[in-house]
Design a protein around this ligand. Structure first.
Ligand SMILES: [Zn+2]
Length: 240
């Protein structure tokens, strides 16, 4: 059930680490069925002036709805979506436009279990320009061969790798993101979403996320999963 009417508004997080904690806490509420949103009390406030605390770049899959899986309200998140969270010029432009309008301490890339867009690219069935770009960047592991989708465990490994790639692609493609990460005013985190449990798991971090086990301040790319102390434990799917 939704406990929105009984809950006091949460303070707006202002640091990359607090923003990540807020997303993970929201996902914990989502999976625990203790959601705060939708909260009608926030609608008027959102109508006055949006004040998002994070940008979420996710797959366009209808089951991966950022405001739902992170239990956020209107105006809390900037969302940009593309099939398979493939990074292209339009994605970068959309994110940079929002970064110029809002102070966004966190950029989260969200991939998901059973991603049909990535499966299609691996099976040599690209669907449009975006997936053609994805096809060219997600071939390092798990290609099942022409006209054949990869097995589920292989696909989940590729999804996790693709999330990591998208994190680094964004930093490399966007001078604005790169500068913000270098300045410590923004961090980028890669997350995977389990359709089975509703939980997200951290699979990559870049930038000012001190205290996150294994976090690095800058590239090269990291491997392995990590978790904020005290945050919900990642689901089993975090270890694909
Ligand atoms: Zn997908």
């Amino acid at each position: 059930m939704t406990s929105a009417l009984a809950a006091a508004p949460l303070p707006r997080p202002t640091t990359p680490r607090r923003c990540l904690e807020a997303l993970l806490a929201g996902n914990h509420r989502f999976t625990g069925n203790t959601r705060r949103h939708p909260d009608p009390r926030t609608w008027t406030e959102a109508g006055r002036a949006p004040d998002p605390f994070a940008a979420v770049f996710s797959c366009a899959d209808s089951r991966v709805a950022p405001e739902l899986i992170f239990d956020c309200g209107l105006g809390d998140l900037v969302t940009v979506r593309s099939p398979g969270h493939a990074v292209d010029a339009d994605v970068v432009a959309a994110l940079e436009r929002q970064m110029r309008r809002h102070r966004l301490p966190l950029l989260a890339v969200v991939g998901h279990q059973g991603c049909a867009a990535i499966a299609a690219s691996l099976a040599d069935r690209p669907q449009g320009a975006t997936l053609r770009a994805l096809d060219g960047s997600a071939t390092s592991a798990g290609r099942g061969g022409a006209d054949r989708c990869p097995a589920a465990p292989v696909l989940e490994q590729v999804v996790t790798e693709r999330v990591r790639l998208s994190v680094h692609d964004l930093v490399e493609a966007s001078p604005l993101v790169d500068a913000a990460v270098s300045a410590g005013t923004m961090a980028v985190v890669g997350l995977t979403f389990s359709l089975g449990t509703g939980e997200v798991a951290v699979v990559e971090t870049l930038g000012a996320l001190s205290g996150v086990p294994g976090a690095r301040p800058s590239p090269p790319r990291r491997t392995g999963t990590t978790r904020l102390p005290g945050s919900p434990r990642p689901p089993a799917t975090a270890t694909f």
